[in-house]
Design a binder for this molecule. Sequence first.
Ligand code: NAG
Ligand code: NAG
Ligand code: NAG
Ligand code: NAG
Ligand code: NAG
Ligand code: NAG
Length: 458
Amino acid sequence: MSKNSLVYFLLCILFQLLLEVNCQMMPFKPGAISGHTATLIDNKLYILGGIDAKRNFILKDFFYLDVSVTFNTQNLLWQDLSNIDMVPSHHLATSVKGGANNDTLFLYGGDSSNKTTALVYTFDPQSITWVTPNIAGVNTIRKFELTGVNHDGKMYLFSGITYGVVTLTFVDDMLILDTINLSWGKGSLVNAPTPRGDYGVALLPNKNIIYIGGIVTTVVYDPKTLNIVQGDASTLSEVYLYDTINDNWSTKATSGRIPSNRAAFSTVLGLDGQRIIIFGGEFINPGYLDTTLYVLDLTNFTWYVPKISGKIPNPRIRHQANVIGKYMVISFGFGYDNTIESDILLLDISNNEEYVWTTTFDPTVPNNISSSLLPPSSSPSPSSSSSPTSNAPAAVIAGATVGSLFGVILLSFGGFLLYKRNKNKQKQKDIIQIHGNEGGYNNYNHGQELTTNHEPII
Ligand SMILES: *[C@@H]1O[C@H](CO)[C@@H](O)[C@H](O)[C@H]1NC(C)=O
Ligand SMILES: *[C@@H]1O[C@H](CO)[C@@H](O)[C@H](O)[C@H]1NC(C)=O
Ligand SMILES: *[C@@H]1O[C@H](CO)[C@@H](O)[C@H](O)[C@H]1NC(C)=O
Ligand SMILES: *[C@@H]1O[C@H](CO)[C@@H](O)[C@H](O)[C@H]1NC(C)=O
Ligand SMILES: *[C@@H]1O[C@H](CO)[C@@H](O)[C@H](O)[C@H]1NC(C)=O
Ligand SMILES: *[C@@H]1O[C@H](CO)[C@@H](O)[C@H](O)[C@H]1NC(C)=O
């Protein structure tokens, strides 16, 4: 080998190395997602599925955000796991953290055009594998636009919507999936609210599940104002409690500044366990003339508008909210411009006298927050060596060394190749996704329903 060709050969290897490294370091950029699920397991917020409203197709994306570290919402380092996702494209499903060790993602239902889509999938973050579990008992209804709640290993799946013979149907049931014993069960419907979809829900410290609002008819909303222009959402002048211990329902009348009828908002339990916070949603006027946030005091079921500071974000629908540390963490949704506003919104809810919209996530939890109400604090485990990104550090070191040896020219050339390569990769991905979904609406022939119930009017 001549000296020249040896140099060339070495350079080639170095480019390879640099490209691989940079590709892995390249943060994943999600689309305009709504109707996804967001599940917090072991300091990772997993986002799955949804619909891309801008490109109008159903997604097969699967990625997470590491919430064990400080981050800024303007610079989110999403980690893409789509290549190991076995769940076909879907949206409007629901998920919980469950299973024997309470560390498995359980996904139920959702709207999917793929006929092979199972009703339930599980994802084990330890082994990074998806499984279609065998579940004892019979349940064949595929529901969507519902939210499951895990209490004591049981996933409570009240009502929701399904495809009837002619139109969309609101399902009248309290389906219970035992995520430990893997069996289907049913809860009581005596005194249950009318069947509904897109309601707000939270597990209370007294082991009751509270159900708030939701749609009781198909609705059409204005995509600009999120105002419901046809159909109606449920009143929030009463809320419904399902007692998971005694399997019975009760209704509570609410008072105070009752929010207008609404649905598809997000709901979390406050850090003191004594209040419910709701954000966004599609609504009957007057809706956002006064506020995007409401709080329900659980001691006397009084609604009030909390004091808030920080930059108030545009309201969203079909987003998700998880309580992580001292924040209500809102992810994605429809109603904001994702080229301007962050996909993640952070509301610091640690001080009930004043909630703060912020852009910086601080993973340390103030010690006056009732620990029994927080998700079991799983500190970032150093044993995450099974993670698919864990081989990155070695490669990064190699890349850094190489980079510093060969300097700027080499790096910028590498940067050019990287740009081309990613462009190609992106193209390929788009084609796959469009191909995977183009049959969707036609297969089910539910284009009509989608424009009324799933889609904003244009
Ligand atoms: C699992 O954790 C959730 C909170 O994240 C809790 O609601 C549920 O009761 C737990 N399940 C078990 C079996 O401990
Ligand atoms: C699972 O089944 C066992 C015995 O069959 C029972 O003792 C246990 O309570 C069940 N667990 C749940 C969460 O239902
Ligand atoms: C639910 O059942 C428990 C235990 O039987 C009972 O004490 C409670 O009053 C019931 N609640 C309602 C609303 O029926
Ligand atoms: C409800 O209870 C809270 C205290 O938890 C109190 O501040 C508020 O004034 C009460 N509202 C009404 C209408 O009684
Ligand atoms: C925690 O402490 C802060 C500052 O002292 C206080 O403002 C806040 O209300 C407390 N939060 C809770 C949940 O008690
Ligand atoms: C449906 O999903 C299965 C499993 O992910 C996949 O192999 C198949 O290609 C999908 N079919 C369509 C039409 O997208």
